[in-house]
Design a protein around this ligand. Sequence first.
Ligand code: HEC
Length: 167
Amino acid sequence: MKKLGLLLLAMMMISLSSCGGDNAKKAKEGAEQAVEATKGAAKEATEKAEEATEKAADAADKAEEAAEKTADNAKEAAADVDGKALFTSNGCIACHQMDKKTVGPAVKEIAAAYAGKKDDLIKFLKGEGKSIVDPAQFAVMQPNLNTTKNLSDAELSALADYILSAK
Ligand code: HEC
């Protein structure tokens, strides 16, 4: 009986120790798997982040391009729509036709006289310059300077651009 008891005890020890070994192995495997999984996830996340960064950079580039285009369009629109609109709304058109002399000289004639001299043209419109196109008729033009004098710098610039664009 005593022998059988010892045998049983030994068997229990063996089974316990082998079981413990199994657990350790399993734990190690588990840990390894966890490390692999973490590595994989980290790699994937890095790749996704890189992709997202690239996409964001692309989007930023496109937004910048679009903004530049909008600004360009706005500039162009401001240049001709405003100048032309100002020329009409301030009554200049009543005396200045594009290409023929009426009460006042043709816009083309004014453009030729002021070609490359936008600053002088603006000075004239501010009432600070002197008449060069038809000085003898300046008295007819003079009252209009009270209107143009009160325009903003941007408006005067647009108006001058419009006059100078007549060819
Ligand atoms: C009542 C008619 C009349 C109106 C309205 C009129 N002009 Fe004139 N404008 C003239 C006459 C006449 C001259 C020629 C006299 C002269 O050259 O100064 C002239 C000349 C000019 C000149 C040439 C200036 C120079 O150095 O000789 C410019 C620029 C001009 N006008 C711009 C305008 C603008 C801009 C308006 C609208 C705000 C306008 N005019 C409205 C009659 C008019």
